[in-house]
Design a protein around this ligand. Structure first.
Ligand code: FES
Length: 99
């Protein structure tokens, strides 16, 4: 966990597994909440809005706001609703799709 992360793990993970985030390998705790694990790893922006391109990050952590949307193994999903699993391939949706 990076020293500058404001998020602190309450327990030591049993096992770290490899995931890819925009082509960069991260080691995250297997079975823990994906959004919380990415925040603890220092990820600050999860996506950019399709209209204005502003960065967004998890807000509600309970599946209501959709600010944690990521493309995970080719499907857009809410990171706060998923556990970390080994080999996840994650990309962050970027900005506008029109002009
Ligand atoms: S953080 Fe709100 S839906 Fe995931």
């Amino acid at each position: 966990m990076p020293a500058d992360s404001p998020f602190v793990a309450l327990s030591r993970p049993e096992r770290l597994v490899s995931v890819q985030l925009d082509g960069t390998e991260l080691m995250l705790p297997e079975g823990e909440n994906l959004a919380a694990s990415l925040l603890a790893a220092g990820v600050r922006s999860f996506r950019e809005t399709p209209v204005s391109g502003v960065p967004r990050a998890p807000f509600c952590m309970m599946g209501a706001c959709f600010d944690c949307l990521l493309q995970i193994d080719g499907i857009q999903r809410q990171a706060c609703m998923l556990p970390v699993t080994e080999g996840m391939v994650i990309t962050r949706p970027k900005g506008t799709t029109h002009g």
